[in-house]
Design a protein around this ligand. Structure first.
Ligand code: URA
Length: 260
């Protein structure tokens, strides 16, 4: 599918890149050729780009429906991570899930597979979710989670995300929250917690209670817990994470009783 010239200009002005550009038959035939096509796309962003007003870009992203949002993420060249990623990692799960889980950024396996939390940490996460009756494959919104990250591209070597990268990616997560309208958000790890809550407080001081953020005029409960990758290295804190998930479960159950 190709973009008409007007839409192409619009998307380019948003820093979203040539999203629906047709790839050659060669490029679509083999994953490594696909990677080469992505690199070619990224290198186009090295050309002087038009100055894009951040507020304007955010407002345009805030109007996109799910599929166009996903396409916009896939073609994003707004920061330098587009040059090193294999692919973007948009998110996974039911688009009406009552639960949204937010992590930091894709790692190597997620970058290769295009899905968040698919490595060892993801397996632990899936097991913890199953223990409270939830799944990323859940068919019913009440039993389903949607999983996304603050950053949609892997930082090279899994380094910490940089503020500029977070700023460029933030409108995407905000739009995912607005479209999903989850009943609650669970943030996993210091980085995601600090980004969503706009604080530099430690996980230890943030977990164990219910926070709230404003999501399109609605107050949304937020529970903070440890990152599953951290739990793999610090088994003693698994019990704390388990109690965070139980707290989240009871908050959600309370909301479900008010609004079945
Ligand atoms: N860590 C994250 O924060 N997100 C992923 O998707 C994988 C690992």
């Amino acid at each position: 599918m190709t973009l008409d010239p007007r839409r192409r200009r619009l998307w380019h002005a948003m820093g979203l890149g040539p999203v629906w550009q047709e790839r050659s038959a060669e490029a679509t035939a083999h994953p490594s050729a696909l990677l080469a096509a992505d690199v070619a796309t990224a290198s186009q962003s090295l050309a002087p780009a038009p100055v894009v007003d951040a507020g304007d870009r955010a407002a345009r992203i805030a109007a996109l429906p799910w599929d166009e949002l996903q396409q916009a993420v896939a073609g994003c060249t707004a920061c330098s991570l587009c040059r090193t990623r294999r692919q973007t990692v948009f998110g996974v799960g039911h688009r009406q899930a009552h639960w949204l889980l937010v992590g930091e950024a894709p790692g190597a396996e997620e970058d290769a597979r295009g899905e968040p939390f698919v490595g060892q940490a993801g397996k632990l996460l899936d097991n913890m979710l199953a223990a409270i009756g939830l799944s990323r494959d859940g068919a019913v919104p009440a039993d389903a989670v949607y999983i996304a990250n603050v950053l949609k591209c892997r930082p090279p070597g899994n380094r910490n995300p940089e503020p500029g990268e977070v700023a460029q990616c933030e409108p995407f997560l905000k739009r995912q929250i607005a479209l999903l309208q989850p009943r609650l958000i669970v943030v996993m790890g210091r980085f995601a917690a600090q980004s969503l809550l706009g604080t530099d407080a430690s996980i230890a001081s943030l977990r164990g209670r219910v926070h709230e953020i404003d999501a399109g005029g609605r107050r949304l409960p937020v529970i903070v817990t440890y990152h599953p990758a951290y739990l793999l290295r610090n088994l003693a804190d698994k019990a704390k994470s388990w109690s965070d998930l139980c707290l989240a479960r009871s908050v959600c159950d309370g909301l479900d009783r008010q609004r079945p």
